[in-house]
Design a protein around this ligand. Structure first.
Ligand SMILES: [Zn+2]
Length: 77
């Protein structure tokens, strides 16, 4: 079965490759160097930075805003 996996090369480029789960190394799409698969369960967790999950991003941003306001308020006390 082929799936999308993240690979990172020695230059730090992170690229997605559609490979089997047994593939641990590919050529970087950007620089052509060897890129190793990033083994992490992060993909399944909502990542507020990536923008992949817009709803979660908005929720996170709103929460962050409130947090900043709260922190500012505490500074002035
Ligand atoms: Zn690269």
């Amino acid at each position: 079965m082929r799936m999308l996996f993240d690979f990172r090369c020695s230059e730090g480029h992170v690229t997605e490759h559609f490979t089997t789960k047994d593939t641990s190394e590919v050529s970087c799409l950007i620089c052509g160097k060897a890129a190793n698969r990033i083994i992490s369960p992060v993909r399944s967790v909502l990542d507020p930075i990536s923008g992949d999950f817009l709803g979660a991003t908005r929720k996170w941003a709103k929460h962050r805003e409130q947090q900043i306001k709260k922190e500012r308020k505490e500074e002035y006390q």
